[in-house]
Design a binder for this molecule. Structure first.
Ligand code: UDP
Length: 495
């Protein structure tokens, strides 16, 4: 059974003070509910014949806990970062819509000490009552602190929501230590795909993403009819994102009406010129309305890789953004310094630059002027629609997780009873991923858990990976895949 330190305090049952971060997420979930529901119906049609398993999932959002300071809440209405909350709101919605059994925690007290209504015991006591745990780096740290070494055993169930990603060299403790890749974010020895990013950075990590609003045909037509050709919105909720852009703005103002959504208390911030129509920070819905009218959405270089450019493009704006030359990275830019990635960021929004591009996105050196006079249709990549996100999260949950046999069962049987087939070529993935190795052995039944002690053993010799074989001493770990009826050698989407 799981044990952890400091398990003495009694839980306080006072209602927590209003948390703006949670209110923001709630508003977003309500606003997008209909869109998620219709995406769910479409996916349901597609998956009609697929076997799906309901997972017990814990979502522990570390950065929102009071214990980590909940530094975001006080800034939600003041121009602080919202991208993380956008993503977590969408992850929670996707998991819920996919029908999984969710337990949500934004408080350490509740997670480790409190007794949630309707439950007789702490959610993390005893054998792990979850198949998957979605958390972030804060949450990971908190769990380690409270659970000590026993976290190791449960590592394979963890998924870390990690905006910018963690590359293998930084994640591998020994390698990071030997080669100078240790960072404050830690070297958790997870499998690279357990880190889930905001944009598809590298296939070493999984791409989680979020969604943007989708338009129906009528909305599309209305938007195109109502576009104001000379209206530009500047990307940047905080005044300091506008610093040093006076010249650029005054040239732009010769051709266009410039709008902004910069947070202010009583007076216009000095960084925002008087000719700018500043709306103050807008609720998400009102920002969408503004973007529906505007022709141009302009980035000044910060924030990096936020959701707003996708929303602008989805509402028919052209996104104009600066190219970074040389690219920004952990080597030359304060923001990325110490982050566990060596990625070279070539513009404010590399995804928009590389995956969307013209005519929707124009990435230029702001010191050179360039002409553009295009009319663009609203555009949203499928992977950022609700259906795209549901399909992806569904595939991760159903396919990234391997199957365990009962004691005495073989992998051939275990996969079969899940409507799948055992695929030995995939063993090399689960031999690291699903099993935090306590020992490794040359044994054709490995990787496997010992039935008695629930300890995990890895296979030492890849030549012995085998779907066949069983022993009452072991619960084997099996890689399964789908197959075509009448041609089981092939998976459904192969060829
Ligand atoms: N946003 C908003 N009101 C505004 C400006 C932005 O609600 O006036 C929302 C926007 O819809 C987007 C979110 O803030 O989904 C995150 O925006 P951004 O791209 O600036 O990323 P961040 O730096 O906040 O993570």
């Amino acid at each position: 059974p799981l044990t952890w330190r400091n398990q003495t305090a009694t839980p306080t049952l006072k209602p927590p003070p209003k948390r703006q971060s949670l209110s923001f997420m709630k508003r977003r979930m309500r606003r997008l509910a209909a869109q998620w529901a219709s995406a769910a119906r479409r996916l349901d049609d597609k998956l009609r014949n697929h076997w799906r398993e309901q997972k017990r999932i814990l979502v522990h959002v570390g950065f929102l806990t009071e214990e980590s300071g909940d530094v975001f809440s006080p800034k939600v209405l003041k121009g602080g970062p919202l991208g993380e909350m956008v993503q977590w709101a969408d992850i929670l919605t996707a998991l819920h819509v996919l029908g999984h059994d969710l337990k949500i925690s934004v408080s350490l007290k509740e997670l480790f000490l409190g007794v949630p209504p309707g439950r007789g015991s702490c959610p993390l006591t005893g054998p792990l009552p979850f198949d998957l745990i979605y958390t972030d780096y804060h949450g990971l740290q908190q769990m380690k602190h409270h659970m000590g070494l026993s976290l190791r055993k449960h590592k394979c169930h963890i998924r870390v929501i990690d905006t910018f990603g963690t590359e293998p060299a930084y994640n591998h403790e020994e390698y990071a230590t030997l080669h100078g890749y240790r960072t404050n974010w830690g070297y958790w020895n997870l499998h690279g795909q357990q880190y889930m990013t905001m944009f598809p950075h590298t296939p070493d990590n999984s791409f989680m993403g979020f969604v943007a609003e989708e338009l129906n045909e009528t909305e599309r037509l209305n938007i195109q009819r109502n576009k104001v050709n000379n209206m530009a919105v500047v990307y940047g909720k905080e005044a300091n994102m506008w610093k040093g852009k006076e010249n650029f703005l005054s040239i732009l103002h010769r051709y266009m009406d410039v709008h902004g959504t910069v947070y202010y208390e009583t007076q216009r911030p000095p960084e925002v010129p008087a000719f700018v129509k500043n709306h103050g920070l807008l609720p998400q819905q009102e920002l969408q309305q503004l973007l529906r009218k505007a022709k141009l959405f302009i980035g000044f270089g910060f924030p990096y890789e936020g959701p707003a450019p996708l929303e602008a493009i989805a509402n028919g704006c052209i996104f104009l953004q600066p190219r970074f030359s040389p690219p920004h990275s952990s080597l030359n830019h304060e923001f990325f310094r110490g982050k566990p990635t060596s990625r070279k960021v070539s513009s404010q929004h590399p995804y928009a630059e590389q995956y969307i591009g013209r005519p929707h996105v124009i990435t230029i050196d702001f010191n050179n002027s360039e002409e553009f006079d295009a009319t663009v249709e609203p555009f949203l990549p499928y992977e950022y629609t609700c259906e795209g996100m549901l399909e992806r999260v569904h595939a991760y949950i159903q396919n990234q997780v391997s199957v365990q046999t009962t004691a005495g069962g073989s992998c051939v049987d275990a996969c079969q009873s899940a409507g799948l087939i055992c695929e030995p070529a995939l063993y090399r993935f689960i031999n690291i991923k699903e099993c935090e190795g306590v020992e490794s052995e040359i044994n054709h039944l490995f990787p496997a858990f010992s039935a008695k002690h629930a300890e995990c053993g890895l296979q030492q010799d890849p030549l012995l990976f085998s779907c066949a074989g069983s022993s009452v001493k072991y619960r084997r770990l099996c890689p399964c895949r789908d197959y075509r009826v009448g041609q089981v050698a092939l998976c459904r989407d192969c060829l």
